[in-house]
Design a protein around this ligand. Structure first.
Ligand code: AHM
Ligand code: MG
Length: 335
């Protein structure tokens, strides 16, 4: 079978299924190109002089790595001139970035985490980029943060790239989830899996166990039952994996099922959780639901949340549907 490059996949989606506006196709192609540049910079590692701290902090008070800053710049440079965007917002910028006046403005808003899992960069473990595409409200030419505050159900596309042993792009345009692998020689993303599906059941979970003492009772109960194994109420053994890069942990679930949790706990309660709604939870929730899984805060479907702030944090529980529903039912019985 002939390899299908991302460009062809997008053109066919536009032509055959009529589901893709030309400016959205351009947007996805430009995002993919930016991800290729990030992949290239990461691949150079120590030789590129890009490892280590940038000596600055972002809006959330987190220390920025050189690659956080570089990846953010790559995204801005790539996306400014195409005429497809009205503005961009990212984990690394306090406020939305408007398209400079010298370029035409488009109909979409792009929200992204340029380099997720950046604590893993210096130890050569997988990191990634997460992005979400929203429509700019009609008649708005100078969008501000408020115009980005749309619930996740309004996303028109979402995706992530994993910079691992190979670089993968996982994409949804609201019609299933598809995987592309970067062919480094050709410099293009090639379709390698259509319609990823997350198994409804699983025996694998991902959570930072060092936070156990801080969890709420429903999460304590759920994890206690899993680690009790064959002799516990679940009557089987569960395995645990935690890469500490959301993209890598979610990608494992996309590939072979599982449940990923960054629940509310005593450490993050004041902030509302650890992970960010707009550029981490929402795009991942859209992808997971499109692949047949579920995504909840424990109390609410993530995609239904009405965001109150650009950098808002939320608890995240996502993956295999039956496990997510079980955790949600435990929350219900304690609340
Ligand atoms: P980042 O966007 O600053 O990299 O933080 C988000 C990351 C996620 O990728 C990951 O799930 C989590 O933080 C890891 O947290 P922990 O350090 O508790 O393992
Ligand atoms: Mg992140």
């Amino acid at each position: 079978m002939k390899a299908v490059a991302l460009t062809r996949f997008l053109i066919e989606a536009q032509r055959e299924r009529g589901q893709l506006a030309p400016d959205l196709r351009l947007l996805i192609e430009i995002v993919a190109r930016a991800c290729k540049s990030i992949s290239h910079a990461i691949g150079k590692g120590e030789l590129g002089g890009v490892l280590g701290s940038a000596g600055s902090t972002n809006v959330q008070g987190e220390a920025q790595k050189k690659l956080d800053v570089l990846s953010n710049e790559i995204f801005l440079d790539a996306n400014e001139w195409g005429g497809h965007l009205a503005a961009l917002a990212s984990e690394e910028m306090d406020d939305p970035h408007l398209i400079p006046h010298r370029y035409p403005k488009g109909n979409y808003l792009l929200v992204f985490d340029p380099l997720d899992g950046s604590s893993n960069i210096d130890v050569n473990v997988s990191v990634g980029t997460i992005f979400s595409v929203l429509r700019c409200p009609e008649g708005i030419t100078e969008p501000n943060a408020e115009h980005f505050l749309q619930p996740g159900v309004k996303q028109v596309a979402a995706g992530y790239t994993v910079y691992g042993p190979s670089t993968l792009l996982i994409l949804t345009l609201g019609d299933g989830v598809h995987q592309f692998t970067l062919d480094r020689e050709l410099g293009s993303f090639v379709l390698t899996k259509r319609n990823l599906r997350i198994a409804e059941d699983t025996s694998e979970f991902a959570i930072n166990m060092s936070n156990q003492r801080h969890w709420e009772p429903p999460v304590q109960r759920y994890i206690d039952e899993l680690v009790a194994g064959k002799t516990g109420p679940r009557e089987r053994d569960f395995n645990m994996r935690w890469v500490a890069s959301m993209v890598a942990d979610v990608h494992r679930i996309m590939t072979r099922g599982g449940i990923f949790m960054y629940p509310l706990d005593a450490k993050t309660r004041d902030k509302g959780g650890k992970l960010r709604l707009m550029y981490e939870a929402n795009p991942m929730a859209m992808l997971v639901e499109q692949a047949g899984g579920a995504a909840s805060t424990g109390r609410q479907r993530i995609l239904d949340l009405a965001p109150a702030a650009l950098h808002q944090r939320v608890p995240v529980i996502l993956g295999s549907r039956n496990e997510v529903e079980r955790v949600v039912s435990y929350h219900r019985s304690y609340d």
